[in-house]
Structure formats: C-alpha cells, structure tokens
Design a protein around this ligand. Structure first.
Ligand code: HEC
Ligand code: HEC
Length: 363
C-alpha cells in the first residue's frame, strides 16, 4: 500500500519535472533564436566587404540567370575557325592593352584601358554595360553622329573616345575578331529586341546638382585604395595592362566618351563599384554615386575634337556637357544637374513640336 502510493507520487513528480523541462527547453530555444531572426531580417543584402561571399554570388547568379539575358557558351561553336576567331575577340576585349595599348604587341593605338574595364566580364555582366543588345539592335540610327551606325563604327567610337586612341581597320584581323565575338555574344537575342539587363540599370535623378566636394569624400573612403589618390590607377608588374584602371589624367577616357556623361558614370558606379558590387548588392547610396561621379568628372582628362557630333542639337541628352543647346540651361547645369528642370523643359518642347506638326498635317 505504502509503496504503491510512494510510486504514484514519484511518477507524478517525474511527469511534472519532464513537462517543466520541456517548457524550459522551448523557452531557451525561443530566447536564443529571437535575436538571430531579428538580426538577419534587419540585414540588407550588403556584404561589408567589396567582394561578395560565395553564397551571395551563387544567389546572384541564380536570380540573374532566371531574370536576365546570359551570353551563350563559346564551347557550343562547332566550326573550329569561327571558335578561334570568337576566342581571340574575347581575349581582345578582356586584355585590349596587351595587344593594342601603349606597350601593345600588335599595334600601339590606345591608352592602356581594356574594353572589359567598362564592359565587365568581357561584355557579358548583367547591368555591367554588356553587349547583349548589340547584334540585335545594330545597325541603328544614333543621334550623336546623326547617322546609321554599324557595329564596326560603334567599336571604333570606343577606341577613339573611351580608349582615347585610333580607329582599327575594319578589315584587319583584330576588328574582325572583336565584331565576331560581339555578334556571337548577342546571337541568342531576337533581331530588333533588347536583351534584359544590357547596358546600364536606371538611376533616379537627384533634386540637386551633383556635388564634387561630397564626391571627394566618397572617393577617398571607397575608391582611392584601388584607383589611387591621383586617379591614375595601378599597372600590372609588366606594365602591359591595368590592375586598377585610370579614372582621370592622360591615360583615361577623353571628354567625348560615353562615360564622360555623368548619368552613365553614376549608373556604372552605382551598380558595379567598388569592385565586386552588382545590381543585387550595391554599396553606394544614389547620392554618393552621383557625387563621386561629379568629383571624378571634374578632374583633368584628354580632350577630343568632335565638331560633327550632335548635328541636331535638340537631340543632345540632358547631361551632354557641351553647348550649344536647344534650351537656356548652362553647360554647368548640363554637366552636374539638377536635371529635372531640363527634362521638364525638353518635354514641353517636344509637346509643342508635336502640336506644330499636327497643325501642319491638318492644314
Ligand atoms: C571608359 C569606359 C569604356 C571603355 C574602356 C570601352 N567602352 Fe564601350 N561603351 C562605354 C559606354 C559608357 C557605352 C555606352 C555609351 C552610351 O550609351 O552613351 C559604350 C558602348 C559600347 C558599345 C555599344 C553598346 C550598345 O548596346 O549600344 C559597343 C559595341 C562598345 N562600347 C564597344 C567597346 C569596345 C570594343 C571597347 C574596347 C575597344 C570599349 N567599348 C571600351 C564605355 C567604355
Ligand atoms: C577593390 C578595388 C576597387 C575599388 C575599391 C573600386 N574600384 Fe573601380 N575598378 C576596379 C577594377 C579592377 C576595375 C576594372 C574592372 C574589370 O576590368 O573587370 C574598375 C573599373 C572602374 C571604372 C571603369 C574603368 C575606368 O577606368 O574608367 C570606373 C569608372 C570605376 N572603376 C570607378 C570606381 C569608383 C567611383 C569607385 C569608388 C566608389 C571604385 N571604382 C572603387 C577596382 C576597384
């Protein structure tokens, strides 16, 4: 009798202790887990180092592969001669200076930059100024020249401006290889269509002018370690190409280049710099991207004479920094902004032009 009662009491006690233990374990797990959950939720997808870790990079590739254009695989080319030519083209885009730079082994016709410095991953990176839409959209009319341009002309534009150099002969081995590569890269895009993620990703205008003074602070903190305080970059040990390309000075792109327009520069930087950044894990705030662009574009660089550019001045982009203009805004405002008033004015002008043609048609 006595023993039985004792047993039951112990049983009861054990079961209460078990329940208590369970409650304690659950409580402890919850308490430990809460800060972790909160911490991860509050973390933006920004790594604190410029180079994303393997997990973020894999994530980026996955999202990019499903949402954006990707270049076809060169190994899928069955014709041996074509494959060799495309591979040489890729090599010329990635290491232009080795072949065509100041110490180039083929010709010495450019400033030491590689095409790839601005067209990342040999022109295949999503929003890294890639070549996805070149084969599908060229030849096309460009307002800068006021003419229909083919791929050869467009490539030589970058040689003469971005690489502050000389044009390549259209029939030479190097130009043939570059065009063959660019056409292969875009061969999986339907004619007339734009590849998703090609060129630059859009960036909203600021309400104020971009500020070179703020930009200097950004430059010192986030760019200088690679591109150097004097903006001249760092060459490789054998001096055939840049490890960190020049951003201004005599070896940089000239003032007729696409990157000399502040909107192009800010977009490139926002979604691609510091090195390792992509559109999925940016590091600069929009204001920082505009301001650092203003700082770099206010430094000295080579000048190119291009009197035939923009034959129709009303077609100049709002951030084309050289007059004359079809509006009343100064060169300074066209260089640094604010751009919203210029856009407004341009819209009004286009509207009234449309109305005029409408009246002419009616009459
Ligand atoms: C300093 C940066 C820079 C370098 C270096 C550079 N480019 Fe460009 N390139 C640009 C920019 C910026 C644009 C877009 C310009 C615009 O839309 O106004 C562009 C546009 C192009 C386009 C047209 C793309 C399109 O979708 O319309 C081609 C083709 C091209 N570049 C080829 C080259 C080649 C080939 C080289 C090397 C010989 C080269 N680029 C070097 C900055 C550069
Ligand atoms: C960790 C080193 C590193 C940092 C930091 C860095 N860059 Fe770069 N940058 C590079 C490299 C490398 C390239 C060439 C990319 C390639 O060839 O793949 C480049 C290319 C560029 C280019 C195009 C090429 C040219 O010479 O004009 C611009 C513009 C640029 N960087 C601006 C910036 C700005 C602005 C910052 C700061 C916000 C910055 N970079 C920070 C390494 C860096």
């Amino acid at each position: 009798m006595y023993n039985e009662m004792e047993d039951k009491r112990t049983e009861g006690l054990v079961s209460i202790i078990n329940k208590l233990l369970l409650v304690i374990v659950v409580l402890v797990i919850t308490i430990v887990a809460i800060p972790f959950i909160l911490f991860y939720k509050s973390q933006p997808v920004k790594p604190d180092t410029p180079v994303p870790n393997a997990a973020t990079a894999a994530e980026a590739v996955k999202t990019d592969a499903t949402n954006y254009w990707a270049a076809p695989d060169i190994n899928s080319i069955t014709d041996a001669a074509q494959k060799e030519q495309v591979l040489y083209g890729q090599e010329l885009i990635a290491h232009t200076a080795k072949y065509l730079g100041p110490n180039g082994s083929v010709q010495k016709i450019s400033n030491g930059l590689n095409c790839q410095n601005c067209h990342l991953q040999a022109g295949t990176a999503v929003f890294g100024n890639n070549y996805g839409s070149v084969a599908s959209l060229y030849p096309k009319f460009r307002a800068r020249s006021g003419s229909v341009e083919n791929v050869y002309k467009r490539v030589n534009d970058c040689f003469e401006r971005s690489l502050n150099g000389k044009a390549l002969s259209n029939t030479g081995k190097e130009m043939q290889a570059i065009v063959s590569y660019i056409n292969f890269v875009g061969s999986n895009v339907e004619k007339g269509k734009k590849a998703e993620g090609s060129g630059f990703k859009e960036l909203a205008f600021l309400d104020r002018a971009a500020d070179p003074q703020n930009g200097m602070t950004v430059y010192t903190a986030k760019c200088q370690s690679c591109h150097q305080a004097n903006g001249e970059g760092v060459l490789t040990a054998d001096k055939t190409e840049y490890t960190y390309p020049a951003l201004w000075g005599s070896n940089s792109f000239n003032d007729g280049a696409g990157l000399y327009r502040i909107s192009n520069f800010a977009k490139y930087v926002k979604y691609n710099m510091p090195q390792g950044v992509t559109h999925l894990n940016t590091q600069l705030a929009d204001e920082e991207a505009w301001d650092v662009a203003a700082y770099i574009l206010s430094q000295t660089r080579p000048h190119i004479n291009v009197p035939k550019d923009w034959p129709d001045i009303s077609k100049k982009p709002v951030d084309h920094p050289f007059g004359p203009y079809a509006d009343v805004f100064t060169e300074k405002q066209h260089k640094y902004g604010p751009f919203k008033p210029i856009v407004e004015e341009q819209k009004k002008r286009e509207e009234s032009a449309k109305q005029k043609t409408a009246t002419i048609v009616k009459n």
